[in-house]
Design a protein around this ligand. Sequence first.
Ligand code: LLP
Length: 424
Amino acid sequence: MEAFHYRQHRLLAEDVALADIAERFGTPTWVYSKAAIASAFDEFAGAAAGRRVLVCYALKANSNLAIIDLLARRGAGFDIVSGGELERVLAAGGDASRIVFSGVGKSRTEMQRALEIGVRCFNVESESELRRLDEVAGALGRRAPVSLRVNPDVDAGTHPYISTGLRENKFGIAHEEALRVYRLAASLPNLDVLGIDCHIGSQITTIEPFLAALDKVLELVDSLAAAGIALKHLDLGGGLGIRYDDETPPSRAALLQAVFERLDRHPRGREFEVLFEFGRSIVGNAGVLLTRVEYLKTNADRHFAIVDAAMNDLMRPSLYEAWHDVLPVDASAPREAAAWDVVGPVCESGDWLARGRRLAIGEGDLLAIMSAGAYGMAMSSNYNTRPRGAEVLVSGDKAVLVRERERVEDLFAHERRLPDPLAG
Ligand code: LLP
């Protein structure tokens, strides 16, 4: 069963009516389905059964503690990109030894903390970072486990802002530089060279780019072995796409199967533990943004539904022109449909969530912005001093609050009025 579905014209999250959630928690509110998150993760885990695989959840997609907690309990590892995300994993009960630390700009403090708690691996993205990590580890009297993120120069065929594996991107170490940087890594006294890592982009909807990247990685693994550098793991990153509109991404299992088949053709393919860093494909379709229509208005032939969620809540449409389906929470209304631009209250023309959607709506109606579980709340801001919405996790017929709605006073709690010497 789909996590979000209609029963007698009412839109439900599992067995809870979204209208009841709006009543209880207000709007805008993010609603997540526990079953959908669990089954997405379990599909990866099931496809990996019998192999040495660690599916790391990329926290950046949605870092709510309840979601981390539920994935930790199912055996997930975690892919983090900041000291903040690291603390979230620990706060949610996740295991440090299952954390991989990605990102191009790790600070000394972040490195120290990660070494102290004992993360599984640092995915290092440059020579300077490698030297810094060696120095920080040396000062702590520890050895840092590392993998180098190589840039396989593969076109993921996705939006340029979320494509990361091309030569011109800031990410990773160029393929032709990799051997030299690995030699350097192997020569530094406080590093343990464990693996190789790549991530070519996000919302990828075909298997081919993943396999092309894997081929490039395997080529490097062979040259490294010839140079006496033996690796233990391959981290193939994340990036599997989901259906927002009519995309037809491969299933999670099909992607893993294809990767394993390709690995099995390599003479030493079975020797490596395989890591993945999936974000969107675990939580994307498991969440919606529930919002209420405040006003309807028509300007120069365009119909606007002004809702109480905005670009500060869900940035994807304004940032990437991303498409999210919009569904009425009560589909029984006998109104006439028109083409609506669903927009928010923020003072920017770019503040829209959907455009030209045929909807039968009236003021006060509730709408669900679909597939908002990934890169929704996680990318939100307080622009226009808008408190961010609540987050609610549904399981069966239960709905629990997993993040309180912000209060306005929270938003300026860290600010000060003019102190005395500057006043007047
Ligand atoms: N690993 C690394 C190193 C990454 O940079 C990312 C995402 C992931 C894993 C997880 O990728 P996923 O499985 O979620 O595709 N804000 C954009 C997406 C940015 C993705 C950034 N990196 C969006 O809303 O579409």
